[in-house]
Every structure is written in C-alpha cells, then in structure tokens.
Design a protein around this ligand. Structure first.
Ligand SMILES: Nc1ncnc2c1ncn2[C@@H]1O[C@H](COP(=O)(O)OP(=O)(O)OP(=O)(O)O)[C@@H](O)[C@H]1O
Length: 286
C-alpha cells in the first residue's frame, strides 16, 4: 500500500515548548486512522502541519506534496473539518452551498443537497440559527460532497449528543468511505471511534506513543483479568498498565508469551480506550 502521509522528525514548538516533538508517521492509503490523545497532546498542531496551515521542521509529504509550499494544490485533494465555528453565520445554507461550489473544484452540490435532505437543516435557514448538531451535519455534508483523497477531521463531534455522534460516524463510514480514501480523525472520545478505525495513533506531549493497525493490537497486547492470589503473580510480570476490577485486577501486557498468563486468569484483547489509559499513564509515570 502506498503511504498518503509520510513524516520524519516533524517538529513544531510554541515559545520554545514543543507541541509536535520529532514525530515520525506513515499513513497508508485507505486507512481510517484515529489520532487519539489527551488535551494539549499536540493533535491539532500535527493536523495543521499536515494541512500546511502551520510551518514545521522535518520532512513531510502529504499526497506526495509538501504541505506548506504546495498548500493550494494539496487542498484540492484534501477535505477537512476543523472548528465548525468557521462557517459564516450570516449566510443561508443554500448560499453557503453556492459559495463552496464556486470555491472548490471537486465539490458536488447535488450530493451535498442529498446529504442535507436527510437532516433537519433546511436550505433557507441561516447558518447562525442552526443548533450545534445541525451545524456539524451541515459541515459534514459539505466535506462529504468534496471528492477528496484525504479527509481530516479534528474533534468533529465535540459538543454533540450521543445520537448525533453515532449518526455522524455511521454516515461517514456508509456514505463516504471507500478504499480510495483515507480518513484521519482526531479525538479524545476513544470509545466512539474504535469500531470504525483501521489504525490507532496515540499521541501525548507532542510524541507518538503508539502507532498500529488495529488488527495488530490483538497479537501485541493482552488484558488479563485475575483475582485472588493470581494478582500478585500477574503483577510481577512486566506490564503496560493495570486497573482495579471487581475482586481483582485487569492488567495489560505488551508482547508477553500467552502461556505465562493463561494459568492466571482470563485473557482478552484490551479495548482501545483501556489500552490508551494504560499507555498514557505509563508515559506520565516514566
Ligand atoms: N498558536 C499557538 N500558540 C501557542 N501555543 C500553542 C498554539 N497552538 C497550540 N499551542 C500549544 O501546543 C500544545 C498542543 O496543542 P494542540 O492544540 O495541538 O493540542 P491538542 O492535542 O489538539 O489538544 P486538545 O485536545 O485540547 O484540542 C498545547 O500546549 C498548546 O497550548
């Protein structure tokens, strides 16, 4: 598979404090990548660097282009949702569709209208009158109607209720995704996206702390649920993290022989969110 994004030693600091700290990243075409990290981890700065919206040191190629130098050409093939507040509040929805149609060569107005027809967003409403959820749906309809090779979503569902969030990701997968496109979603709501991802990238303090295809998590990580005497024995085996469960501990291991763990309790693959908490607590401790 070809890599859509290739970064080597990417670095961006603000007032001497690194926000993106020597990041190496390869994203293959056709991936749905979750960029997952706590507040201030550097996700937005990394995405802005990928889009050529902020300069960064190091080597970077997105769709074969240098994002800052070839920003205009890159944006013809990239679509992105940043903060929904960027939509002009005074415009009517239909005027906004006209405006995007005039601005973006790959925008399909009829397709955007089809997406909007399934929502409560009426063409005659002003953007400023829409609820937060409707605004996100409008934004999503706009970006999904752009025939882009790379879609970048920065916290796309922030502030939305659970119904809207579910619908958002469902629509994204059903109506937008195909193997020709790559989607990069930044979020800290891990549970919501873990079912749709092909790759997870954990970021903390400007660094990538984990970058794996989801299918590989199963072979690399095990979560052991153990109780009683087994807990002390399980804790003596080097692990990534642990948490209390009813009557015992859930302990996550990386690259440990399974035969060491199976006598101690139930083994399973950790959820992305539990792995995230385990990995990040370790980063904080070390
Ligand atoms: N324009 C800026 N000027 C100064 N500092 C900045 C700027 N943009 C980001 N930072 C700093 O860089 C660090 C990373 O911020 P960034 O917004 O990239 O994190 P994030 O992972 O997107 O966080 P969140 O999940 O809270 O949105 C933070 O410490 C932030 O204060």
């Amino acid at each position: 598979m070809t890599d859509i994004i290739k970064a080597r030693g990417l670095f961006r600091a603000f007032a001497g404090v690194p926000a993106v700290d020597h990041v190496d990243l390869d994203i293959p075409a056709g991936a749905v990548v979750g960029l997952i990290g706590p507040n201030g981890a550097g996700k937005t700065t990394l995405l802005r660097a990928l889009l050529g919206l902020t300069p960064a040191q190091g080597e970077l190629s997105v769709l074969g282009r240098q994002p800052v130098r070839e920003h205009a050409r890159l944006m013809e093939e990239v679509s992105f949702i940043a903060d929904t507040a960027v939509l002009p509040r005074w415009m009517r929805v239909d005027q906004l569709l006209d405006a995007v149609n005039g601005l973006h060569p790959r925008f399909d107005r009829a397709l955007a209208e089809t997406f909007l027809a399934a929502t409560d967003v009426a063409p005659a409403r002003r953007v400023g009158e829409l609820s937060k959820g409707m605004t996100v749906q409008l934004h999503l309809a706009l970006v999904m109607a752009i025939d882009a090779r790379l879609l970048i979503l920065d916290e796309p569902t922030l502030g939305l209720d659970i119904l809207f969030r579910r619908r958002f990701f469902e629509q994204l997968l059903n109506d937008y995704f195909d193997e020709q496109r790559t989607i990069l979603i930044s979020t800290h709501q891990v549970e919501e996206v873990e079912n749709i991802l092909t790759h997870v990238v954990f970021m903390d303090h400007g660094r990538i702390v984990l970058n794996r295809p989801l299918a590989e998590l199963e072979s690399s990580f095990v979560e052991l649920h153990c109780v009683g005497d087994a807990v002390a024995r399980a804790e003596s085996i080097p692990h990534v993290g642990k948490r209390s469960i009813l009557g015992g501990k859930a302990i996550i291991y990386e690259d440990v022989e399974r035969h060491l763990l199976t006598p101690l309790g139930d083994c399973r693959t950790p959820s992305v969110s539990d792995l995230f908490v385990a990995k990040l607590s370790r980063e904080v401790r070390s």
